[in-house]
Design a protein around this ligand. Structure first.
Ligand code: NAP
Ligand code: GDP
Length: 331
């Protein structure tokens, strides 16, 4: 697939060319859906270019340079990464470290070299110190070692924050980052070994219904997570790219009061998919980090009125997308 482009009506004034790396993934599609389905999000004079690994391998410097030479972006949202849930991270810490360090170094250096006016990259709340006070806020990223399950991914992601500050100090670049909590939505990776918990639960309920078997939730169901719908995240990332003025990152999350246990999330999936069979917990599987409760007060300072899609509705929309797109689902 060649890079996909969406152009908003060009009126007078300079057109922004916004390149989205990782544009074919969960979050990239969240941005795309927000632009398509939420009229208040659209803005004139923007050309959006969504690229995937088929447009070039960002692990390779020359290939990355070619993408910048071809598209000449004025703005970049950098999503491309080696991404995975707890169980993929546990197995491949070295790959997560090396691939993400390389991709980020190539993209950030090209953004400087090709005079990109603003870059927004993507961190994650799972990169924060394991031993910490709650709620976590943006100032705490580097305060101690991350959880051992995903230290490779975490240190690579933390370096984006270090690079953003260094590019700003040495070259005056406007490079910043967002820190989302657990994301879910259409176009997620529903593979059981590689993916995150919500797509995993949806996949398992789908199979249990089809085969008339039990639905197995991994771990105790006690860990707690804040989930953000990819389309809400997409809308907030577009706002970050247009309006967020800082170099320091910003947490994009629902409130602390909206944190749920894995058990509650599993029950929500069971309801949305009208599963009537038995639910069991496989406590031989890892629970991972118990919680990573994040504060969204900085976001609320900038966007006091932003409305998150209610969890139940967003799960319903995700399940509907999954059931309606079985032939293209990433399994
Ligand atoms: P995803 O669905 O797995 O998508 C990953 C994207 O990166 C795909 O477009 C993929 O292209 C591209 N990509 C991977 N390796 C590449 C390479 N070597 N060269 C070029 N493109 C490459 O991931 P996601 O969940 O949307 O994650 C997007 C960003 O959000 C990541 O930076 C991730 O760390 C961050 N984040 C995700 C979560 C979450 O819960 N999912 C939470 C917090 C932060 P192909 O489609 O061609 O493979
Ligand atoms: P994390 O938030 O970075 O830890 O990553 P995940 O999105 O993979 O969530 C992991 C949590 O969900 C752990 O407590 C797992 O034990 C639990 N879990 C329950 N069932 C599943 C599943 O099917 N897939 C995944 N990835 N995690 C599951």
């Amino acid at each position: 697939m060649a890079a996909e482009q969406q152009q908003t009506m060009a009126g007078d004034g300079e057109v922004k060319r916004i390149l989205v790396t990782g544009g074919s993934g969960l979050v990239g599609n969240g941005i795309r859906i927000a632009l398509k389905d939420r009229p208040h999000v659209r803005q004139e004079n923007e050309e959006w270019i969504f690229i995937s690994s088929k447009d070039g391998n960002l692990l390779d410097r020359e290939s990355t340079e070619n993408i910048f030479k071809k598209h000449k972006p004025t703005h970049v949202i950098h999503l491309a990464a080696l991404v995975g849930g707890l169980f993929r991270n546990l197995k491949y810490n070295l790959d997560f470290l090396r691939d993400n360090l390389a991709i980020n170094d190539n993209v950030l250096e090209c953004c400087k070299k090709y005079n990109v006016k603003k870059l927004v990259s993507c961190l994650s709340t799972c990169i924060f110190p394991n031993k910490t006070e709650y709620p976590i806020d943006e100032t705490m990223i580097h305060n101690g070692p991350p959880h051992d399950s995903n230290f490779g991914y975490s240190y690579a992601k933390r370096m984006i924050d270090v690079q953003n500050r260094a590019y700003n100090k040495q070259h005056g670049c406007h490079f910043t980052a967002v820190i989302p909590t657990n994301v879910y939505g259409p176009y997620d990776n529903f593979n059981l070994e590689d993916g995150h918990v919500l797509p995993g639960l949806i996949n398992k309920v789908y199979t249990a219904k089809k085969d008339n078997t039990e639905f197995t939730v991994w771990g105790t169901g006690c860990p707690r997570r804040q989930f953000i719908y990819s389309v809400d995240l997409g809308e907030l990332m577009i706002w970050t790219m247009r309006s967020y003025p800082e170099i320091d990152p910003i947490i994009l999350s629902v409130g602390e009061e909206d944190e749920v246990s894995i058990k509650e999330a599993a029950e929500m999936v069971v309801d949305a998919m009208q599963f009537k069979g038995k639910v069991v917990y496989d406590t031989t599987k890892s629970d991972g980090q118990f919680k990573k409760t994040a504060s969204n007060s900085k976001l609320r300072k900038y966007r006091p009125d932003f409305q998150f899609t209610p969890f139940k509705q967003a799960i319903k929309e995700t399940v509907e997308w999954f059931e309606g797109n079985i032939d293209i689902v990433r399994f």
